[in-house]
Design a protein around this ligand. Sequence first.
Ligand SMILES: CC(C)(COP(=O)(O)OP(=O)(O)OC[C@H]1O[C@@H](n2cnc3c(N)ncnc32)[C@H](O)[C@@H]1OP(=O)(O)O)[C@@H](O)C(=O)NCCC(=O)NCCS
Length: 259
Amino acid sequence: MQSLASRKPTTAKKHEDDVCYASYPKAISGDQLSSTANGSDVRIRAFNVADLQDCREVFTQGMEQLITLIARVVFPKYVWPIAAVTVFFLVLAAFQWTITIFLPYIFTCAVILTLLYIHVYMECWKFINSCLATDLKDIVKTYMSRNDGSRMWVAEWNGKVVGMVGLIHNEIHKPGVAELQRMSVSPACRRMGIARKLLDELLRHAKDQRFETLVLTTTSAQTPAILLYKKFGFKLVAVFPYPQKILGDLQYCYFELQL
Ligand SMILES: CC(C)(COP(=O)(O)OP(=O)(O)OC[C@H]1O[C@@H](n2cnc3c(N)ncnc32)[C@H](O)[C@@H]1OP(=O)(O)O)[C@@H](O)C(=O)NCCC(=O)NCCS
C-alpha cells in the first residue's frame, strides 16, 4: 500500500463555502420539524467547528437505528428454531399436561433472546463509541485541516444539523482512493433527499480533488444505505462475514465507485 506522501497535492480549490440547497419534496413527520412542510430548505455546507456536538448526535442517532436493523438480520436464525420447538410443546400440551417443562423452556428462550439483543446492543455501542472517540472526536483535525482532500459536510435545516457525511483519504488509502464515512441523517428528516444531496456534494468534491475511486464499508443490515449507494452507482465488490459467529448472518459489504 502506498503512503499518503506519494499522492500529489491537487490544485482543487477549497470548499469551505460550498453550498447547495435541497427543497423538501415530501411532508416531514416529527413535531420538531413539522413546520418544514411549508417549503423551508436544507443547506449542504462544509462542517465548521461549532457543528461538532450536533454531528456527534446525528451520527449516534443514525447508528442507534442500526441496533434494530442488525437484530432483524440476526434474530430469525434463532427465532425460527425456537418457534418450531415451542409449537411442538404446544401440540404436546394439547394431549398431556407439560406446563412444568413448558414454562422453564419459555423462560430459557426469553433469556437467550434477551442476551442476544443485549449483545447486538453492546456491539453497536462499541462501534458508536469507537467512532466518537476517534475521528468524530476532532472532526476538524480528521477531515477539515488535512491537505489531502478529506472533508466533512453537514445538512443544515433552520440552524440545526440534520445530516452529515465525511470523505477521508489518509495513509491507509491508496493514491486516488478516498473513503466515504459517517453518512447519517436524523430519523425525523429521512426520505427527503438529504442523503442524496450530501452525496452529490461529496461526489462533486471528490471529482474536483481528482480522486479516481471511492470506497465504503457498510453492513448487510443497513438496507436503506445500500439502496442509496447503489442508486449512485456504487458496486458491491466484496462481502466479509462478521467476525463473531453469534452474529453469523451479518456481513460487511465493501462498495466501490469509479469516478
Ligand atoms: C441511509 C440514510 C443516510 C438515507 O438518508 P435519507 O436522507 O433518508 O435518504 P434520501 O431521502 O436521500 O434517499 C435517497 C435514496 O436512498 C434510498 N433510500 C433511503 N432510505 C431508504 C429506505 N428507508 N428504504 C428504501 N430506500 C431508501 C432510496 O433509493 C432513495 O431514493 P428515493 O427516495 O428516490 O427512493 C439514512 O437512512 C440514515 O441515516 N440511516 C442510518 C445511518 C446509516 O445506516 N448510515 C449509513 C452508514 S454506511
